[in-house]
Design a binder for this molecule. Structure first.
Ligand SMILES: CSC[C@H]1O[C@@H](n2cnc3c(O)ncnc32)[C@H](O)[C@@H]1O
Ligand SMILES: [Zn+2]
Length: 437
């Protein structure tokens, strides 16, 4: 008889696989070796395994880590700086002037704090658009997080690279530097059709196609944006991208709040993925994305927080709860966006949206070991008829006790292994003085 072995066994919990069959394993365990899940099943099935380290889930829930499909991680530096404003006032009068004061070190500090907040609230993977993204990639790598990162490209000079020509060069350098990294994927990220001329959009799409990397953009976020685009180009933002041949399966379109039926047909036709950011859309009063319609059309939708200056946190548990309830009230239909749909949106569908569906987003042998443990021994999680219900409607990020990313334990007993959280908070507090000054 061969002795089976695992370097790490996460055991004694209800395992939610979020795989195609949505399996739930009571008294379950997940065996990990190196970066990968090697087996999962009932915990007693592993009693004769040789195990290096055991992580006891204490009777809680073991599930795939959450995936945040749209962040501007370093915007932790601007949390609470400017609230209660329209998007364009918020951006032009407050955020862009503050961002002009950023540099590589500040972005690195802001992103590291974001990683601490994300790991502590159950996120294992995020997709980021910002300035000085090399620093974001380094922060994510330091934190041990999986990330898709891309330098923002737009028509005006960037505080990082200057004119956009150099933005393309910077993006290509990022792609070649991080090509073989197990955690970091580089994306091409034009900001939006309203800040990017047609030529920039076409070049960005060509670059993403050439390197087979994700293409990420803000799209149809506000009514004003749609009006402007129709006046300027005679098309909606989605139809504008279709005209330019930018719509494709590796495009992640963030927000997609103001869509007409033709836009939805186009998104489906080109298999475009959508990132839904309900809290940011609510806070900036941008509107309500037609997510139930997108799902009915068969479009892949992931969940995102957007930057935490328009949210104002990075807790995806809160985001799932908000999204589920927002769409119920918007459609006057309590059956839409049920708990299962929300959990899938935040895990496997998020992974698919980022082009990572084959490696993460569900617990299956052969996939990377990206998982979290939730402590359910809490008054607000008692009793528990259905774990899926609690995860969406009752749990908070602070209920997450452990996190494993790419096979590495990055948090246990709510202690971060990779980040000195006190130091990370101090660094960002120091930056706020400069931002204010
Ligand atoms: C420089 S990277 C990204 C750029 O986008 C700004 N931003 C943050 N949130 C939003 C949003 O909801 N819509 C459009 N632009 C947004 C961010 O401040 C950065 O300047
Ligand atoms: Zn955004």
């Amino acid at each position: 008889m061969t002795i089976q072995s695992a370097e790490l066994l996460v055991t004694n919990g209800t395992v939610l696989t979020l795989n195609d069959r949505d399996e739930r394993i009571e008294n379950g365990a997940v065996a990990i070796t190196g970066e990968e899940i090697v087996a999962l099943g009932r915990a007693d099935g592993f009693s004769d395994w040789q195990v290096g380290r055991t992580l006891d889930a204490g009777g809680g829930i073991i599930m795939p880590g959450l995936i945040n499909t749209h962040t501007h991680a370093a915007m932790t530096c601007f949390r609470g700086l400017a609230d209660d404003l329209h998007l364009m006032t918020w951006l032009n009068d407050h955020i862009f002037p503050a961002e002009a004061k950023l540099d590589r070190e500040k972005v690195c500090a802001g992103a590291l704090l974001a990683c601490a907040e994300m790991i502590l609230s159950g996120t294992t993977c995020f997709c980021d658009m910002y300035l000085f993204e090399e620093a974001v990639a380094e922060a994510a790598k330091h934190a041990g997080m999986r990330a898709v990162v891309g330098e923002v490209l737009y028509d005006f000079p960037s505080p990082n690279y200057g004119p956009v020509e150099q933005g393309f060069a910077y993006t290509e350098a990022l792609i070649s530097r991080w090509q073989a990294d197990p955690l970091i994927t580089i994306a091409v990220e034009p900001h939006s059709p309203y800040l990017c001329a047609p030529d920039l959009l076409c070049r960005a799409a060509d670059l993403a196609r050439r390197y087979e990397v994700p293409l990420v953009i803000h799209l149809s976020e506000t009514e004003n944006e749609v009006r402007q685009m129709v006046e300027k180009y005679g098309h909606s933002p989605v139809a504008h991208l279709a005209e330019l041949d930018v719509l494709c399966a590796n495009l992640l379109a963030c927000h997609c709040v103001h869509l007409d039926d033709h836009d939805i047909t186009l998104l489906r036709q080109f298999d475009v993925k959508v990132s839904h950011n309900p809290e940011s859309n609510m806070k900036l009063a941008s509107g309500i994305a037609p997510v139930p319609q997108l799902l009915d059309a068969g479009i892949c939708v992931g969940l995102g927080t957007d930057g935490c200056s328009s949210n104002n946190d990075l807790d995806l548990f809160g985001e799932m709860d908000m999204a589920a309830k927002l769409h119920k009230v918007a459609t006057a239909d309590p059956t839409v966006m049920d708990a299962r749909t929300m959990l899938r949106m935040c895990t496997i569908e998020g992974a698919r949206a980022l082009g990572l569906g084959k490696i993460t987003g569900s617990l299956e042998p052969g996939k990377r070991a990206d998982l979290i443990v939730i402590d359910t021994d809490k008054p607000h999680l008692t009793p528990m008829y259905r774990p899926e219900s609690h995860l969406v409607y009752a749990a908070r990020g602070s209920d997450v006790t452990a996190s494993v990313i790419n096979g590495r334990v990055v948090m246990a007993d709510r202690s971060l292994m990779t980040i000195d959280v006190e130091k990370a908070m101090r660094a960002v507090r120091r930056i706020t003085a400069e931002i204010r000054g």
